[in-house]
Ligand binder design. Structure first.
Ligand code: NAP
Ligand code: ZN
Ligand code: ZN
Length: 357
């Protein structure tokens, strides 16, 4: 299947137009015409090889919404024209215990990411998967999701990563009414964390480095705003939180945040995968606090999150862009200059004239 997208060719290159082949539909496959794809901070980390292991050309994109354009013979849950989503996973072993429990993101035999993962299904000359900054994709039915009809398709795209990455820990740690919940970092993940925790009935506090984001945080559902650079305000808030969702995308000193938790409280790290620059034992020991992590979400929980967003009419706050502006969007994301997710309008790919490579 001839496909047009945008790829990074090396760690130093900007993304440029890239023409490539995808596999046709196998019996359990769905072919999708992509309408929108969100820009996750992970796309930037990957394109720039900040996590190592980048395979070039690298087509990022794992917040995909589109319409079904073809179906394999064995597909049961979808029909032509359905509005569907694809998130961070396009395959896993499908038979280990965690896959059987619908926790494919923790597959014991390794899952296949939507981009930059070894493509075990194959069917093209490419050894690695190529993501959603493109006009088409072929994905096994198990890894495709239904998008609720009442949601705006562009605003729904970032639910496929930012939405589920926030929803899964909020559900796992049973966030709800009567709890004080802090969301650390108002970016793509954080703004969904605020909306979702608020919809789950919690008292939400936005914990931010950016005073100018305070008004927005309240519109998104935060009852209070706490400036993490204000030492006095942080100290005054110590021992008051039941749960913290930490979306900071870089290593940092976790102690000031851990101290915010009550006895038995938990902070979940979803942002930083590099070493945390400082973690001391005292905040854990003196209040029996916990720190944990969480990775995106499995397919059943991702569908549950989408249905929850459908019921509560929740989408992401987005800025839609022409794909030719993707490199500027990367710089603006790094500078925190987006409210609160860029989404590429894939119809703009049709304007691509010079396919450089
Ligand atoms: P983003 O849109 O860039 O937002 C990150 C926010 O963190 C910023 O808006 C900023 O908020 C805050 N921040 C940035 N640098 C900071 C610093 N040095 N100290 C304190 N706060 C800082 O990023 P995103 O797309 O939400 O992604 C966040 C991270 O999660 C990325 O590293 C991404 O790779 C990762 N991620 C993880 C998973 C998972 O499964 N665990 C899934 C998707 C993404 P304020 O201005 O409000 O402080
Ligand atoms: Zn992501
Ligand atoms: Zn598995």
């Amino acid at each position: 299947m001839k496909t047009l997208g945008y790829a990074a060719y090396s760690v130093a290159d900007e993304l440029v137009p890239f023409s490539f082949e995808r596999r046709g539909t196998l019996p359990d496959d769905i072919a999708i015409d992509i309408l929108y794809c969100g820009i996750c901070h992970s796309d930037i980390h990957s394109a720039r090889n900040e996590w190592g292991g980048a395979h070039y050309p690298l087509v990022p994109g794992h917040e995909i919404v589109g319409r079904v354009s073809a179906l394999g013979d064995k597909v049961k849950r979808f029909k032509l024209g359905d509005l569907v989503g694809v998130g961070c996973l396009v395959d896993s072993c499908r038979h280990c215990q965690t896959c059987n429990e619908g926790l494919e993101q923790y597959c014991e035999n390794g899952w296949t990411g939507t981009y930059n993962s070894e493509d075990k299904i194959g069917g093209t000359l490419h050894t690695h998967t190529l993501g959603g900054y493109s006009d088409k994709i072929t994905v096994s039915e198990r890894f495709v999701l239904h998008i609720p009809k009442n949601l705006d398709p562009a605003g729904a795209a970032p639910l496929l990563c930012a939405g589920i990455t926030s929803y899964s820990p909020l559900k796992h740690w049973k966030v709800g009414p009567g709890q004080k919940v802090g969301i650390i970092g108002l970016g793509g993940l954080g703004h969904m964390g605020v909306k979702l925790a608020h919809a789950m009935g919690a008292h939400v506090v936005m914990i931010t480095t950016s005073p100018e984001k305070g008004e927005d945080a309240k519109k998104l559902g935060a009852a209070e705003v706490l400036l993490s650079k204000d030492d006095r305000a942080m100290t005054a808030a110590n021992n008051s939180f039941d749960f913290l969702l930490n979306t900071i995308p870089v290593g940092h000193d976790t102690d000031p945040y851990m101290n915010l938790l009550k006895l038995n409280g938990t902070m979940v790290i979803v942002g930083a995968i590099e070493p945390l620059t400082h973690v001391s034992g005292i905040p854990f020991i003196f209040k029996r606090r916990s720190m944990s992590g969480s990775l995106i979400g499995g397919l059943p929980e991702t569908q549950e999150m989408l249905d929850f967003c459908g019921e509560h009419n929740i989408t992401c706050d987005i800025e839609t862009i022409n794909i030719k502006d993707v490199n500027t969007a990367y710089e603006r994301t790094i500078n925190g200059d987006v409210k609160y997710r860029f989404v590429i309008d894939m119809a703009t790919l049709k304007e691509t004239k010079n396919i450089v490579r």
